[in-house]
Design a binder for this molecule. Sequence first.
Ligand code: ZN
Ligand code: ZN
Length: 118
Amino acid sequence: MASRKRGLKFCPETNDLLYPREDKERRVLEYYCKTCNYCVQADPSEWCVYVHATVVDEKDKITTLYDVTADPTLPRTRDVRCPKCNHNEAVFVSEPTEQGMTLYFHCVACREKWRDYV
Ligand SMILES: [Zn+2]
Ligand SMILES: [Zn+2]
């Protein structure tokens, strides 16, 4: 049960997965159980999660909204070549991936992001 995705809800009655649906009349998001018709209104803050989750992956959302090249506290290197625009300055950050920590470069000119394969 450790792999339950964050944000998923389960019916307190039958323990089934609750499905999100839009109540068009009341204009609210609610979760309902297909088995016993249990229904609970979603917290307004979950609206965003629901809407975004259908468009982009949570991880992508964070990296797209957060402009790392504008962060002065991050380390920079002039030892690289951007694969897209050939610029030679990039911000680098390490991010956790399934294979462990991986180094990513972000071109300060065109914001291209690429991985450091070593
Ligand atoms: Zn149920
Ligand atoms: Zn570039």
